[in-house]
Design a protein around this ligand. Structure first.
Ligand code: NOJ
Ligand code: CA
Length: 667
């Protein structure tokens, strides 16, 4: 009603006074966005409860059309239309089963001497978004030279980010005031001067480059990933043909971190599922022939220490089936790995196993056990080769009953049919989409390593189950900086994980690597268990070797129990970079799971159990022992079972680099 009123008010204003600014509010009325043409240039500003958050901020593009550079076009407003929605949709898998999409929308239609362009704004209670739309028109073929979207903060935020050059997004997020930042990868997380939290990213990146965020004269603006040609970085960012819609630019803006973490704006801005029958898409925990290669005990290529042998794989499949895992990944099963540790110029075959890996016998064994083999396709960044092989590769997987593939693109640049490109450029975004769509045809799910940064596409293609684009556990096996600091896993949930599931690979049970001295997992055992709850992935790998799990059967029980598909999720407590307490409810039972991790600082946490349903529950608590310490005594864990009920509080001690994992069930 109120919205209708705004709409009518605008129409009246338009008719009478030709005003220069237009406004739309969030459904709860707290957030207001105003659009204004300033000397013909589109701008927007944002206020929260009447206080400025963004001062007039730039919008629009520098374009190349028909040989002319179109810069500073002078726009006039043709019309403004308003709409609103309040719907709820069901996820195929996720952190939450049902997601509500409640927003108000304002669309401004603009015209200039050369072009027409619409801007669509959406306001949610927990943030706002907008995108550009180019309707079909005379000048249809456009080259985007620059996107001018900017964010002119009323007061300077503190920003957590990784630099834009971070290879594969595998970096450690650091905090600094905005003016100290340079060009950053999207997403970024911010704490505003008044204590509000913001998360800035993009949604539904389709046939467009991924955005990066640059600080220019202390202001934040969009820097699109450029195209390259013959080794040179071009001015060209995107080639588009109208009708065209850009990805959404969105900002979550909330008073508290639990509200920020609960925001589902990104998924709501992606299109509904395009896969009709999704019954074949299955979340699962998996094991793998993997960690030993990162420890350098085994090799991907065929050698006396070859990891993916028939014998090893049989052992992993059997252990998986005995312990309730859905799948086993085998890396190094296929020919082409000979040069991998150096520069790999060998062509990988995606249909030829090494002769010590009996793919037919293993497929038969896996199907007998009811465990899936997760295939692996490392491409060394040769996307052009992979595209040529996609159909045969997926037919081979289908014929061998393999429902999921981990893809990989280890190479600073990706080779495409348009030459070498940055991995988040338009050309490579196109490649990843082709992989997802082709895989869907063959009922194959994807775990994409070295990806473009996720942007919620899993709503549309739920076979895109998880991605890397994170400094994952593997760094702790070999990183010459000695491994990720304890604070890393306390920062990720608020930063990278907000962009979507990540294949971090939790669950190491032995923290030193004798083969590469100086490296170390900075964690206690209870912390590793907690990561299964803290870091969400619907394909969740327990990454350690069987031998290490067998040494700690009591603690391993938590990994056996914990699901990876949730009915609901919530941040109970946390501070970015310091500690995290997450609770999630299993999608297929009443059970709750809690994961808590801390940075280098030991701390006492209190977990109110007010989310539990009525009656008595049993909590199994895997906690750091009183004398646990990630450096000196990381394996000391206590396991306690006790009756609990709603209204109670659990008081838990977290050791330095420690954690706590809790299962709460009816028994
Ligand atoms: C990098 C991936 O992130 C890692 O998980 C994989 O084992 C290697 N590439 C080999 O493909
Ligand atoms: Ca990687």
């Amino acid at each position: 009603m109120k919205h209708l009123f705004i709409c009518l008010a605008c129409l009246v204003l338009m008719a009478c006074t030709q005003p220069r600014d237009y406004t739309v509010s969030s459904p709860d009325g707290a957030m207001t966005l105003s659009f204004e043409l300033r000397e013909g240039q589109p701008t927007y500003s944002l206020a929260y409860e009447g206080k400025d958050v963004l001062l007039p901020s730039p919008m629009g593009f520098v374009l190349l059309a028909d040989g002319d550079t179109l810069r500073d076009l002078r726009w006039t407003l043709e019309s403004t239309t308003f709409a609103s929605a309040d719907t709820t949709w069901e996820t195929v898998w996720g952190e939450e089963r049902f997601i509500r999409d409640r927003h108000h929308e304002m669309k401004v239609a603009l015209a200039s001497e050369k072009l027409r362009m619409d801007i669509v704004f959406r306001l949610f209670d927990d943030g706002f978004a907008f995108r550009y739309e180019f309707p079909e028109q005379a000048l249809n073929d456009l080259t985007v030279l620059d996107e001018q979207t900017g964010y002119n903060f009323a007061s300077e935020p503190q920003v957590w980010s990784i630099p834009w050059g971070t290879e594969y997004y595998e970096g450690i997020y650091t905090k600094a005031p905005l003016h100290e930042k340079d060009t950053m990868c999207s997403p970024i997380t911010m704490e505003m001067a008044d204590g509000m939290y913001a998360f800035l990213h993009e949604a539904n990146v389709t046939d467009y480059p991924c955005q990066n965020l640059a600080v220019v004269s202390d202001q934040l603006s969009t820097y699109l990933t450029p195209w390259m040609k013959d080794g040179k970085v071009l001015e060209d960012k995107a080639y588009v043909t109208a009708p065209f819609v850009s990805p959404w630019r969105f900002m979550i803006l909330t008073r508290t971190l639990p509200e920020m973490m609960a925001s589902r704006i990104m998924l709501n801005l992606n299109e509904p599922c395009k896969i009709e029958d999704t019954s074949w898409i299955k979340p699962m925990k998996f094991l793998g022939i993997w960690w030993s290669m990162h420890l350098k005990e085994w090799t991907w290529s065929k050698s006396a220490r070859h990891g993916a042998t028939t014998e090893n794989m049989r052992r992993y499949l059997k252990f998986a089936s005995e312990n309730g895992f859905g799948g086993v990944l085998a890396e190094g099963w296929n020919t082409g790995w000979e040069g991998y540790e150096g520069i790999n110029n060998d062509r990988f075959s995606f249909v030829t196993p090494y002769d010590d890996y009996d793919v037919d016998a293993l497929s038969a064994y896996a199907s007998e056990l009811g465990v899936a083999i997760i295939c692996h396709h490392e491409t060394s960044g040769r996307a052009d080769e992979y595209e040529a092989d996609l159909d045969t590769a997926y037919q081979f997987m289908q014929a061998h009953g393999m429902p999921a593939v981990k893809t990989g693109y280890v190479s600073p640049l990706i080779r495409t049919s348009d030459g070498y490109q940055f991995n988040r450029s338009q050309g490579v975004v196109r490649h990843y989409r082709k992989v997802i769509e082709t895989a869907a045809k063959y009922h194959i799910s994807i775990d994409n390593h070295e990806p473009a940064m996720p942007s919620g596409l899993q709503r549309t293609y739920p076979n895109l189950m998880t991605q890397e684009g994170i400094r994952g556990q593997e760094w702790n096996a070999w990183a010459q900086d000695g491994g990720s600091p304890c604070s890393h896993v306390c920062t990720l949930p608020f930063t990278r994980m907000m962009a979507g599931p990540a294949d971090y690979t939790p669950g190491v049970f032995a923290f030193e690597n004798p083969i590469i001295p100086g490296t170390r997992v900075h964690s206690t055992l209870a912390n590793q268990l907690a990561l299964f709850v803290v870091l969400y992935s619907p394909l969740q790998m327990a990454c350690d070797k069987i031998e290490n799990y067998e040494k700690h059967p009591a603690e391993f029980q938590f990994i056996r129990d914990v699901p990876c598909d949730w009915a609901q999720s919530m941040l109970i407590d946390g501070k970015i970079g310091e500690y995290v307490v997450m609770a999630r409810q299993d999608r297929h039972s009443e059970d709750w799971y809690i994961g808590a991790v801390t940075n280098e600082e030991a701390r006492e946490i209190t977990i109110p159990l007010d989310f539990l349903g009525e009656g008595e529950w049993t909590a199994t608590i895997y906690a750091d022992a009183p004398d646990a310490d990630w450096q000196t005594n990381p394996y000391a864990t206590t396991i306690e079972r006790r009756k609990v009920s709603a209204g109670e509080e659990l008081k838990i001690h977290l050791a330095t680099g420690g954690g706590c994992a809790i299962r709460i069930g009816r028994n």
